[in-house]
Design a protein around this ligand. Structure first.
Ligand code: FES
Ligand code: FES
Length: 151
């Protein structure tokens, strides 16, 4: 089945199994490796992307559901402005990452969350951001999201 999407502002047409997870297509067919595979079961958030502005765990999202939609990955988070997204700026300032593996997913979740709640409290962040970091960077992630909300 031909799947057409706009990924980070570019039109992409793929001839692929429509039941393939979107994550596989992004990484293996389109070559965007910033979105990570973690649990593969929709639990950890490492594979988070935006589909038509909604946060999606792409390991559990079939390619056919993305047909005709706009996808934003970590590579496209700052595309439109050509400057770093506030979440990226805050991440750098707070020096959030350790190994870094989970971080693209966290940043996509944080960016989406701040669109819906631009002035969050710490407890709202803790409740909304359910991604997992095995390196224990959660305290810095919360700090960075609070900072990003003020940039
Ligand atoms: S890899 Fe998708 S939620 Fe963990
Ligand atoms: S920084 Fe290593 S898994 Fe989160």
């Amino acid at each position: 089945m031909e799947i057409q999407m706009e990924i980070n502002g570019k039109r992409v047409a793929l001839d692929a199994d429509s039941n393939m997870p979107l994550l596989w297509a992004l990484r293996d067919l389109v070559g965007l490796k910033g979105t990570k595979f973690g649990c593969g079961k929709g639990l950890c958030g490492a594979c988070s992307v935006h589909v038509d502005g909604t946060l999606v765990r792409s390991c559990s999202y079939p390619l056919k559901a993305a047909n005709g939609k706009k996808i934003t990955t970590i590579e496209g988070l700052s595309n439109e402005t050509e400057v770093l997204h506030p979440v990226q700026q805050a991440w750098m300032e707070v020096e959030v990452p350790q190994c870094g593996y989970c971080q693209p997913g966290f940043m996509m979740a944080a960016a989406n969350f701040l669109e819906e709640n631009p002035n969050p409290t710490e407890s709202e962040i803790k409740e909304a951001i359910t991604n997992i970091c095995r390196c224990g960077t959660h305290p810095r992630i919360i700090k960075a999201i609070l900072l990003a909300s003020k940039l």
